[in-house]
Design a binder for this molecule. Structure first.
Ligand code: ZN
Length: 544
């Protein structure tokens, strides 16, 4: 849809009037493309930039910046919103302790479009509200369209999002290089990921929220959510408490049923069978614990992290509304003086003495009621609505079914946290990745080490299946005392602070999603030899 320049000018003038505090009617508010089209279309990249420009030229009291450039060469816009306005990480640090920093991103998967629309609407509405609101108590960093390239790879919903009820034309899942950005948080192969990690390192948000759409299971929830699923996440349990409160608020304040993210079936159920409905299965199972996924990664950094998944079979307008309500409630909870849970991030920064570096789905799931929409299988080959498979008819009737809920993971490998990891200088790829993850590696201190341990590799196997063009290695072995001293030129990484679990996950040889997993130690590992990254206890703590 081409916009008429005169109309655009009129809209800009109207916005300017709104933000300058003059009288205006509701019809003059800047509208998202979803709103303008009656929720038949979603915003293009150009629409998002134009909407943000409208906010800026209209005088919205925000900082507008660029996260970085995508693989396809597009700038990824972000907005910082707070009153008074905080523009830089340095300014944010001066109000740290009183104001949480909340980072919310939409559209990491290009066809899952409601997070983008909800964030644009939220930025507009928060700026327009005359009364005090959450912006007086927190710092919001919003990235409405993170996967800018995927957003522009438009195609029919039947192809790009087969189990989603509109809009008719949406983007696709990966970025311009074909990478799924929500598998990239450890290997950081995409420029989008590197830009996001640099933003995390600079701002150190207290809460990270990632907005998605479900993949098709016909459950009975308008929105499903997940805490960080890795058992090493320091604030995983704290996040579950937040989510219980958010579930209650969604029900009582918005009449929206929400629940832990999942699909029908168990981990062994073929994916395609999981998607239809519960009739053939009797379990509810979440996704994955590994930190290649955004919220699991952010949890390992010591933060609170929340995955939001709007129900793909709801009409687009309702999905936007559910996502909007959920984000708004997260912001409200983050500043609730009774909750003030976010402060616990810093209490959680004292690392445990040991952490898991590998896990599997729990063998002891709780039994819970799961809400299910009853469906009729008509035997007919006609499609009854977009995103619904032929022969499936929804009824709008719901029932609760008791079933095991596999919503968590149990550790399979637990390691003692060392004082430091010792890294030989030749591992430049490892050292570079640590810097990308915001972890400092310093030249080894000139102090003696009380003890150095090395991991004796007994076996090196590769997984059968190929993931992201790789067969992942698995090593087995044991830690033994090393005969070799720390050499001049070695680097050490202190295992302290909120990121201790992430450091262990990146560097430990038995980690199921570390730097070894992603090839940064290729050629360095062989049976019978020592793993090149060692663990040490210096006589004195190295200077930070
Ligand atoms: Zn997604």
């Amino acid at each position: 849809v081409k916009r008429c320049a005169a109309l655009q000018a009129a809209v800009l003038l109207a916005i300017a009037l709104v933000f300058s505090g003059q009288r205006s009617g509701a019809q003059t508010l800047p509208q998202t493309r979803a709103e303008r089209s009656g929720y038949t279309e979603t915003s293009s990249y150009a629409d998002v930039r134009a909407f943000l420009d409208s906010l800026r030229t209209g005088g919205a009291p925000y900082e507008f910046g660029i996260l970085g450039r995508s693989a396809g060469g597009r700038e990824i816009p972000y907005v910082i919103a707070s009153r008074p306005l905080v523009r830089t990480p340095e300014e944010a640090r001066t109000v740290r302790g009183t104001r949480p920093v909340i980072f919310v991103q939409g559209n990491i998967h290009g066809g899952e479009v409601e997070g983008k629309e909800a964030l644009l609407m939220l930025l507009r509405n928060l700026a327009l509200e005359r009364r005090p609101n959450v912006l007086d108590s927190l710092i919001l960093i919003a990235v409405p369209v993170y996967n800018v390239d995927g957003n522009e790879e438009l195609g029919p919903q039947e192809r790009n999002r087969p189990d989603q009820r509109g809009p008719a034309i949406v983007g696709r899942r990966p970025n311009a290089d074909g990478l799924d950005l929500n598998r990239d948080y450890i290997k950081a192969a995409a420029p989008e990921t590197r830009a996001a990690l640099a933003m995390f390192n600079a701002w150190d948000p207290d809460v990270f929220v990632d907005l998605h759409t479900t993949n098709g299971s016909l459950h009975g929830y308008a929105l499903t959510y997940s805490p960080p699923l890795n058992p090493a996440s320091p604030l995983g349990q704290r996040t579950r408490e937040w989510l219980a409160e958010l579930q209650e608020r969604m029900r009582t304040r918005h009449s929206i049923e929400a629940f832990d993210y999942g699909n029908f079936g168990t981990d062994d159920t073929p994916w395609q069978e999981r998607l239809i409905h519960a009739a053939a299965t009797n379990a509810w199972t979440t996704f994955d614990h590994r930190p290649r996924f955004s919220t699991n990664y952010y949890g390992l950094r010591g933060g609170l992290a929340i995955l939001s998944e709007a129900f793909s079979h709801d009409p687009f307008e309702r999905r936007v509304a559910s996502t909007y309500a959920f984000v708004r409630e997260i912001l409200s909870l983050a500043v609730d003086p009774r909750a003030a849970h976010w402060r616990l991030r810093y209490r959680g920064s004292v690392p445990a003495s040991s952490v898991p570096v590998a896990a599997r789905i729990t063998r002891n799931p709780p039994i819970k009621n799961v809400r299910i929409e009853q469906v009729e299988l008509t035997g007919d080959t006609l499609r009854t609505e977009p995103g619904l498979r032929p022969g499936v008819l929804r009824t709008g009737r719901f029932q609760s079914v008791r079933m095991p809920v596999y919503d968590r993971f149990d550790p399979t490998v637990q390691v003692q946290l060392p004082a430091v990891y010792v890294i030989p200088a030749r591992l430049t790829g490892v050292l570079e990745m640590l810097a990308i993850h915001g972890i400092e590696a310093a030249p080894a201190p000139e102090v003696s080490f009380v003890r150095i341990d090395e991991f004796r590799v007994e076996s090196l196997l590769q997984e059968e299946r190929t993931v992201e063009q790789r067969r992942e290695p698995r090593v087995r072995g044991e830690w033994v005392q090393s005969a070799l001293p720390v050499a001049a030129g070695d680097y050490v990484v202190s295992v302290t602070g909120p990121r201790a679990a992430l450091i262990a996950y990146l560097l430990d040889p038995e980690s199921d999603d570390g730097l070894l997993t992603w090839g940064f130690l290729d050629g360095e590992v062989s049976p019978g030899a020592a793993f090149p990254v060692r663990r040490g206890v210096p006589a004195a703590r190295p200077r930070r």
